[in-house]
Design a protein around this ligand. Structure first.
Ligand code: AMP
Length: 248
């Protein structure tokens, strides 16, 4: 069974994003980009399935600019067998990404498709759901455990205050939550080996898909600065202050 994993190249999670002075977007000029953390979890899960003999091949795919290859190399270094870059300079949004991923699904015919539950740059959390609908397969979102049993997959999903277990017919789409696994540390030799693994590049424009944006971003703003705290002498004063603030 082939496993297809979608990885997005995003602003590194350690970076505090800066908003452009005109508020039109986040400024990513010169900012470190890396694999979306939920997608790293997706790659880890796919590679574990291969190590357990459940998957035969792990294919990583990304849609974006040429530099998105770095995230594909990361996936290859973790153990993915091959990588596909769908190259475009265009602004990408979930529906366009899902449509392009659909064309890869049609070509590769994976038994399982794993995406992150959300990309930490746009926090949209839509692509997996849209892809499942477009490909007409079931979806197990926010997965914290997956278990493949014959031609079905059991997905334990993180929901408010608990878990929900669903069974889906394969092929299916799964989106990863934080607790699914802890991605492996990549050793230097694996990074070097990843440089020799194949990355196929396809121009997004050649796939005959309408991936034009459907949403217009109107404004991006920094969070309100936090008000400075105050020190209180004792609990009685604290309770008094809270009462005044109508918290109690
Ligand atoms: P989003 O719906 O944008 O929050 O993204 C959810 C998931 O869809 C991500 O964790 C990725 O697995 C996948 N995804 C989103 N954008 C891309 C992209 N440009 N290339 C590859 N995968 C993507």
């Amino acid at each position: 069974m082939k496993v297809l994993v979608a990885v997005k190249h995003v602003v590194d999670y350690n970076i505090k994003p800066r908003v452009k002075p005109d508020g039109s977007d986040v400024d990513i000029a010169g900012v470190k980009l890396s694999i979306n953390p939920f997608d790293e979890i997706a790659v880890e899960e796919a590679v574990r399935l291969k190590e357990r003999g459940v998957a035969t091949e792990v294919i990583a795919v990304t849609i974006g600019k040429a530099n998105s290859q770095d995230s594909l190399r990361h996936a290859l270094a973790m153990g993915a067998d091959k990588a596909i870059l769908i190259e475009t300079e265009a602004e990408m949004q979930p529906l366009g990404v899902a449509k392009l991923l659909k064309s890869v699904v049609e070509r590769e015919q994976p038994g399982l498709i794993i995406l992150g539950k959300q990309a930490i740059d746009d926090d949209l959390g839509q692509t997996g759901q849209m892809l499942a609908a477009l490909v007409n397969v079931g979806q197990g979102t926010f997965a914290s455990i997956i278990d493949i049993k014959g031609d079905e997959i059991e997905v334990t999903r993180e929901i408010d205050g608990g878990t929900d277990v669903v069974a889906l017919k394969l092929p299916a789409v799964v989106t990863t939550d934080l607790r699914l696994n802890e991605p492996r540390f990549i050793k230097l030799p694996n990074l070097m080996m990843a440089k020799k693994k194949p990355v196929e590049t396809i121009k997004a424009d050649d796939l005959g898909v309408d991936f034009n944006p459907r949403l217009k971003q109107l404004k991006v703003a920094d969070p309100e600065p936090r008000k400075p705290g105050i020190k209180v002498a004792n609990v009685a004063e604290l309770v008094e202050k809270l009462r005044l603030a109508e918290v109690l």
